[in-house]
Design a protein around this ligand. Structure first.
Ligand SMILES: [Ca+2]
Length: 452
């Protein structure tokens, strides 16, 4: 009898070990808001102290040619959720208040993970619709703690229409803590709660988006008042220097990431979790021409948030998975937010192809784990209303409204200052043709789902 009991103990021990080994990986996506290419120490920043992210880059893979799908919040967030060019689901610019946002017909990667048995949490900013039915819990998340709209007060959580905006799922939750603090605490709690099952945690920060407010600032908005015409300076005067407050915001993101990584380590999950830290668009270098140098650093890259020059969409991105991703590696492969979706689904053992539109993103696993180049991708595209861009290898075409297209060679001219369109007419024609074909394709997709 004793022998049988020992055998049973041994057997259950073996099964629990193999269950742990065979367990599907956890996914933690940390999305910073408006963080510029060179806002972190590991991307050359001298002002902001970001020891945690610098260390993660040293222990993982740092991307030098990673791009946000759009140069503003909602478009990139829609691409992250769907794995598609966001134009296919009709989200091209930052969403206003009182909109449906992400159409229900578009299946998110969270929905697919949830259906396959993952716990799926989002902590922080949604900005993909704020009407009834737009809440993240209707898009594949079992838990949402955060705000639906953008540019809320970091302490009072009042939006630009004077409405309180902080939820647990669909229920209002009142608190006066700093956004990044609350998002971090909720993320840490979610990891602890789901440590024994595979989970997706989407840590969706609002920092360093305006109103520029640091952890020490006091709330400045009141319910029922209209803040639509306020500046981005938050509680500060138009002329005030925002250097120290933006720095505090960047550093709060770094500290938050440190807390999240620490709990993964404490729970013994670090060896079975992919952590990706990225941003939703480039930073503001100035605001209305003021505050130059006080906000973000986009490095050598031209332009800023909202623009389709590199400064608008080239972003810092780090992938970390101890034991799986080679420490201290960097890659200059051209990659984009939407690539994360097929990558994550493959990691979860889900066939990415089974859905309405084929994903526009590429599976990055070989690049992450074997440092192999990506399969050739002839073109990448950006469009936000009348601003468009096409990337093909080292070449980039930029088209602004009805102006003539500009052409840059990013390998010799990363700052996009020498327009070569006059001497490269054939290449301009080729890229313009590719742009038009892509526009027709994505617009057709949206017409198909919207009936418009
Ligand atoms: Ca943003």
């Amino acid at each position: 009898m004793k022998y049988i009991t020992s055998l049973l103990v041994l057997f259950s021990l073996i099964s629990s070990i193999s269950a742990a080994e065979g367990r599907r990986p956890n996914i933690v996506v940390i999305l910073a808001d408006d963080l510029g290419y060179a806002d972190l120490g590991c991307y050359g920043n001298k002002r902001n102290k970001t020891p945690v992210l610098d260390q993660l880059a040293g222990e993982g893979l740092r991307f030098t040619d990673f791009h946000a799908n759009g140069p503003m919040c909602s478009p990139t967030r829609a691409a992250l959720l769907t794995g598609l060019y966001q134009h296919r689901v009709g989200i091209e610019a930052a969403l206003p208040i009182d909109v449906e946002g992400l159409p229900q017909v578009s299946e998110t990667f969270a929905e697919r993970l949830q259906k396959s048995g993952y716990a799926t949490g989002i902590m922080g900013k949604w900005h993909l619709g704020d009407l009834e039915g737009s809440n993240p819990i209707h898009h594949g998340f079992d838990t949402f703690k955060g705000h639906l709209t953008s540019a809320t007060d970091y302490k009072s959580h009042i939006d630009r229409d004077g409405k309180y905006d902080w939820y647990h799922n669909e229920k209002i939750v009142r608190h006066g803590r700093y956004n990044t603090r609350e998002i971090t605490d909720d993320s840490v709690a979610y990891i602890r709660q789901h440590a024994k099952e595979p989970f997706l945690l989407y840590v969706s920060h609002s920092a360093i988006h305006f109103p520029w407010m640091g952890p020490k600032d006091e709330a400045y908005r009141e319910e029922g008042k209209d803040y639509n015409n306020l500046t981005k300076l938050g509680p500060r005067g138009e002329e005030e220097d925002v250097t120290s407050v933006v720095r505090a915001m960047v550093e709060s993101l770094d500290a938050s990431t440190g807390e999240i990584v620490r709990v993964l380590q404490e729970e013994g999950l670090a060896q079975n979790t992919l952590v990706v830290f990225t941003s939703d668009n480039g930073g503001y270098r100035n605001y209305n021409g003021l505050h130059e140098g006080q906000i973000s650093d986009n490095g050598v890259y031209r332009g800023q948030k909202t623009q389709v020059y590199e400064g608008g969409h080239r972003i810092p991105t780090i992938a970390w998975w101890p034991g799986k991703i080679a420490a201290g590696s960097t890659t200059d492969e051209t990659t984009m937010t939407m690539d994360l979706v097929p990558t994550i689904l493959h990691l979860a053992g889900i066939d990415p192809d089974q859905q309405q539109f084929a994903y526009d993103g590429l599976d990055l696993r070989q690049l992450l784990f074997e440092q192999k180049p990506l399969p050739e991708r002839k073109y990448l595209f950006w469009r936000i209303s009348t601003r468009s861009a096409v990337r093909s290898g080292e070449w980039k075409l930029v088209k602004y409204q009805d102006k003539l297209p500009q052409l840059y060679n990013l390998s010799t001219d990363p700052s996009e200052v020498n327009d070569l369109s006059a001497t490269e007419a054939e290449r301009v024609n080729e890229l313009m043709k590719a742009l038009k074909e892509w526009e027709a394709d994505v617009d057709r997709s949206y017409a198909q789902i919207s009936g418009k």
